[in-house]
Design a protein. Sequence first.
Length: 74
Amino acid sequence: MKAIKTPLSKEDIIRLKVGDEVLLSGIIYTARDQAHKRLSEARNKFKKLPVDLKGEVIYYCGPTKSPKRKIIGS
């Protein structure tokens, strides 16, 4: 397992391969779909973001569709 601390460096990212197990520590931002949309729109309009996201990790978190006969998604 590779241990990586945020913010990530370019070298951290280059060393990652598909399938690597990674232990992330440090600040990890979470956002739902509308937050991702607003961040993307702001970047496309060259607006300053409320936080510097260079090297940071953003994890999508939000509801997912429930499998059949289950009460919640994963």
